[in-house]
Design a protein around this ligand. Structure first.
Ligand SMILES: Cc1ncc(COP(=O)(O)O)c(C=O)c1O
Length: 406
């Protein structure tokens, strides 16, 4: 199901380069100021009353847990990126972390109901669904979204599914599923579709184009890109945000971003398309190198012909394939550990999407909170290594991998 496309919108290059242009500033500031304030003064009681009653003539802001001009500027850009092709009025909401964004979305959409969730997910999202959601009266059923008949069967079996939750590209398995088909199935069954777009980013994939209702991000990653912020975002149509009372959930759970983090995110967004072009170029070079290396047993990269979801990738992804790679070594876990310990240029660290190369071992790090049997079922083997290729010289990144692989 393709939504109405809009060819009139500005390109993402323009949206990003001007991400910090304030709508109006009393001093004519060219860059968006950081409104580092908790509260905003009202002119008189009537103006304050009108704000809280959401009537015309109210103040624009009241208290930074509800909204803040600097935060809103970053939200506007992220919403524009996710809907750049569409004739759809969207709204972005910024959070203090990706996890805060995701949990707020899930609580708003599925409290008292069931979530049909992908098996392979970021570790803490997985832990929340498997171990904690039940305590908040949310039931969870796992499904492999690359098995469309299993998705359909689950939607038929349970009549209380309010939300289908996916990561596309999935962390760390790099699998890509057909969100267009799944959004149709979810909607036919009366459920919403929420997609975590952290790995692909709107540079490479735009879930709203394919029928997703709500897009989530860890802005900690590519959107900020500098590794200076922990943040998150939700993007949906203005109508969806309004009808699901998403602002009320954010206000009352209290997960909004602080103004300085929003400003740092905005600084990163200014160069987002340029950075992504380089991540993509380097990602392809490094993946090609690893793919032909005799010590690599298996590699998952969305830009390789041998990716299991190649056909879906060709349909859903644009502008290349990004910088995320997963691989296993011939020598398994022990060989992986030895290689990681020998790296000099790449930093051994969790997180991803920063301008510099990061590498980590999901089973002992990001996904260690996931029960081993769920990890295995989701394809997160003990020998899997996850590489976030940075924008350094691709030759230097490859030389480092070469010496570490030995
Ligand atoms: C795909 C994905 N979603 C969500 C998160 C959580 O984001 P944050 O660490 O900003 O809370 C992560 C973190 O690594 C992630 O990789």
């Amino acid at each position: 199901m393709m939504l109405t496309m809009n060819k009139e919108k500005k390109s993402i290059k323009t949206i990003c380069a001007q991400a910090d242009h304030p709508p109006k500033d009393p001093y004519g500031s060219h860059a968006m100021p950081i409104y580092q304030t908790s509260t905003f003064g009202f002119k008189d009681v009537e103006q304050g009353r009108r704000f809280f009653a959401q009537e015309e003539g109210g103040a624009t802001h009241s208290y930074s847990r509800l909204g803040n001009p600097t935060v809103q500027q970053a939200e506007k850009t992220i919403a524009a990126l996710e809907s750049v092709d569409l004739d759809l009025e969207t709204e972005g909401m910024l959070f203090g972390s990706g996890r805060a964004a995701i949990t707020t979305g899930m609580m708003a959409l599925a409290a008292g109901k069931r979530i049909l969730a992908q098996e392979a997910l970021y570790g803490c999202t997985s832990q929340f669904l498997q171990e904690e959601a039940g305590r908040y009266n949310i039931k969870v059923t796992n499904v492999d979204p690359n098995d469309l008949s299993a998705v359909e069967a689950a939607l038929e079996k349970y009549d209380d599914i309010a939300l289908v939750y996916l990561e596309n590209i999935a962390n760390p398995t790099m699998r890509v599923c057909d969100i267009e088909a799944i959004s149709d199935m979810a909607h036919d069954a009366g459920a919403w579709l929420m997609v975590d777009n952290t790995f692909a980013t709107p540079y490479h994939m735009r879930p709203l184009n394919w029928g997703a209702d709500l897009v989530a991000h860890s802005t900690t990653k590519y959107l900020n890109g500098h590794g200076t912020v922990v943040g998150g975002a939700l993007v949906a149509s203005k109508k969806f945000i309004g009808e699901t009372a998403m602002h009320t959930y954010r206000k009352n759970f209290g997960g909004i971003s602080g103004p300085f983090d929003a400003w740092l995110t905005m600084m990163g967004l200014k160069t987002f398309p340029l950075r992504m072009r380089q991540h993509n170029e380097n990602g392809q070079k490094v993946a090609d190198y690893l793919n032909s290396h005799p010590k690599i047993r298996r590699i998952w990269y969305t830009g390789l012909e041998n990716h299991p979801d190649k056909k879906i990738i060709d349909r859903l992804m644009i502008n290349g394939y990004g910088g995320m790679i997963a691989f296993e070594l011939e020598g398994g876990l022990q060989a992986g550990i030895e290689m990681l310990n020998r790296l000099k240029l790449a930093t051994l660290a969790v997180s991803l999407g920063t301008v510099d190369t990061l590498i980590q071992h999901p089973a002992s790090m990001t996904h260690s909170v996931v029960k081993p049997e769920i990890r295995m079922e989701a394809g997160i083997t003990d020998g899997l290594v996850r590489l976030s290729v940075g924008i350094e010289s691709a030759d230097d990144i490859i030389a480092d991998l070469e010496q570490a692989l030995g």
